[in-house]
Design a protein around this ligand. Structure first.
Ligand code: HAM
Length: 450
């Protein structure tokens, strides 16, 4: 599938030195200035990052079980990939895209979402269909930062391209629902809708546009003056004026063609057959223009309604050139917020299990950590020739359940001291022959349990 010889259209355009020269030179760093993560972004450090690792591992496992392969695509693309893919009437493209001219004068954009890139890769490489792919990737949107809304967020997502079969829609929805179940999220509601297709949606768009034009002055300022190029955007507007003005707006449901109705019925029948609870949300249009037919969103009931969408997706048959595609994305940050709101703690066992304290010269710690790690035990040690007291403090801070202590006495006797740090109801320190250390520590950790 990999394509070594780039097609003609992907040759880089001629480098525009003038554009590169016009870019301001990076400012020198004032001495002593402390930089902070840019507005709307955050650093994720351990132990919080261990929860990310857990989420990604759980997701990766469920994707493998369902026959989806990882796809890694560039973090930036030609701006047209998103402008054309996501749609020029969307906030994502109109207001939020990080787009710029690179040093060669190419107009590129940081990825605001994952689907358009996967579709571009699909069209470029033409893999066998259905092409089932998953990803974990950062996305960039210049939004107003607030709790659960960042300028760089991270999504776990999946796409299935090259099939119009409604059973694939069901498969993907079931995968998200299963993922939430696996990570312990309980209070999520699945909302589903059908957005029709190129055959039936135009008539609906016309009817909705006419309805909105008749009430133009009641809409929010943005929609009063805008083009109403895609009137469905007004249904997605969160402002009170638009909400009130569209309360009795015509619904797409009444315009769905026979084929779209049948497709949607098969999706909802499939959800029922798999025991997945869903609710029809007739106003669900989602914020990206590419959707056709099935659309869905998972709302975390424990979160504030403005940021309660933990995941969403749908079908986009126009985007993948008559072949059809469907997918979803779920935000890692939002999922973690929802887990917190439900009081679900991180899974245990993400830190180290053993901490080696060497008060001789560090060479014993060097050898023992290598041995313990090779046996599959997560092990850390202190550096810089710290005192016994300081190393024991570090051992405690590390979260390890067992400390392995080596001093000159132990070296002389060819033993090591093994000290349980947590669990085990006060089990005391023991001394074991150095050669038996790994087996002894592994057994002890098992006995100490979780
Ligand atoms: P989306 O609804 O724009 O869809 O984003 C998917 C999820 O990413 C949201 O439900 C939310 O959890 C998270 N998310 C979005 N924006 C932010 C933000 N600014 N800060 C934090 N989390 C955020 C898509 O992006 C589509 N590509 C999904 C899809 C895949 N549709 C078909 N295939």
């Amino acid at each position: 599938m990999a394509n070594d010889s780039a097609p003609e259209s992907l040759e880089p355009p001629a480098v525009d030195d003038a554009a590169a020269a016009a870019a301001p030179a990076p400012a020198a760093t004032p001495a002593g200035q402390e930089f902070r993560a840019p507005t709307g972004t955050r650093d994720v450090l351990a132990p919080e990052s261990a929860r990310w690792t857990d989420l990604v591992a759980t997701f990766a496992r469920s994707m493998r079980l369902a026959g989806y392969g990882l796809v890694v695509s560039p973090m930036f693309e030609d701006v047209g990939v998103f402008a054309r893919g996501v749609g020029t009437s969307t906030d994502v493209v109109r207001k939020e895209m990080y787009d710029f001219l690179d040093k060669g004068g190419r107009h590129v954009a940081l990825r605001p979402e994952g689907t358009a890139s996967v579709v571009r890769a699909f069209v470029q490489h033409r893999p066998a269909t259905p092409f089932k792919a998953w990803y974990v990737a950062p996305n960039f949107r210049y939004e107003r930062p607030q709790a659960g809304r960042y300028r760089q967020h991270h999504q776990l997502g999946a796409e299935a391209l090259g099939s119009a079969d409604p059973d694939i829609d069901v498969e993907l929805i079931a995968l998200v629902a299963g993922f939430y179940r696996d990570i312990g999220l309980r209070r999520v509601a699945l909302l589903v809708n059908s957005l029709g297709d190129a055959a039936c949606r135009p008539a609906y768009s016309d009817a909705l546009r006419a309805y909105l034009l008749a009430r133009r002055e009641q809409l929010c300022t943005e929609h009063q003056t805008g083009e109403l190029e895609n009137p469905l955007r007004v249904l997605d507007c969160k402002r009170e004026q638009c909400r009130a003005a569209t309360a009795d707006a015509p619904l797409l449901d009444e315009y769905l063609c026979v084929e779209c109705r049948a497709h949607f019925a098969r999706v909802t029948d499939g959800l029922d057959a798999l025991g997945i609870t869903w609710k029809r949300e007739r106003r669900l249009v989602r914020g990206l223009d590419y959707y056709t037919r099935t659309t869905f969103e998972f709302a975390a009931q424990a979160l504030e309604s403005a940021q309660n969408a933990v995941g969403g997706g749908g079908r986009y048959d126009g985007l993948a050139q008559a072949l059809g595609g469907v997918g979803f994305g779920t935000g890692i940050e939002r999922v973690l917020l929802a887990l917190d709101a439900e009081g679900i703690a991180a899974s245990a066992g993400s830190g180290v299990e053993v901490f080696v304290v060497d008060t001789v010269d560090g060479t014993h710690a060097r050898a023992l950590t290598a041995e313990l790690r090779a046996a599959g035990l997560a092990t850390d040690r202190a550096f810089d020739g710290r005192s016994m007291k300081s190393q024991m403090k570090a051992a405690d801070r590390s979260g390890a359940r067992v400390a392995v202590v080596v001093g000159s006495r132990e070296v002389e006797l060819g033993v090591v001291a093994v000290k349980p740090l947590r669990g085990g109801d006060g089990a005391g320190q023991s001394e074991v022959a150095r050669a038996d250390l790994v087996v002894h520590v592994a057994g002890l950790i098992e006995r100490l349990g979780n």
